[in-house]
Design a protein around this ligand. Structure first.
Ligand SMILES: [Zn+2]
Length: 91
C-alpha cells in the first residue's frame, strides 16, 4: 500500500489544457494504491471555492518561490529548478 503523494494544505497546480492553482483539501484511496485528491480552486473575481477530484498525474506541486507551475516542463521541473522563475525547489 503506497502513501498518497499529496496531503491536505499542499498547494498544487492542475496541469493540462485547463490548468490553475489550487489546494489539496482531502484525499482518498479509490482502490489499492490508486489515490484521488480533492482540490479546492478559487475563481478570480468570484467567491468561495469549487472542488474537483484529480489523480496524482494531473497535479504538480506549486513552486515555493514564485507560486507558479514552473515544475511541469521536462528538463526543468524534474531537475527541481522552476522553469518559470529559475528557483530551486525546497526539499
Ligand atoms: Zn518558480
Amino acid at each position: 500500500m503506497s502513501d498518497p503523494k499529496f496531503s491536505p494544505g499542499d498547494r498544487v497546480w492542475k496541469t493540462g489544457i485547463y490548468s490553475g492553482p489550487g489546494e489539496i483539501v482531502a484525499m482518498f484511496e479509490l482502490d489499492t494504491d490508486v489515490w484521488r485528491y480533492v482540490v479546492a480552486h478559487k475563481i478570480e473575481g468570484g467567491s468561495g471555492v469549487f472542488l474537483h477530484i484529480y489523480s496524482a498525474g494531473q497535479l504538480i506541486p506549486e513552486c515555493d518561490q514564485c507560486g507558479g507551475s514552473g515544475f511541469d516542463t521536462p528538463g526543468t521541473g524534474y531537475g527541481n529548478v522552476c522553469g518559470k522563475c529559475g528557483g530551486q525547489r525546497y526539499a
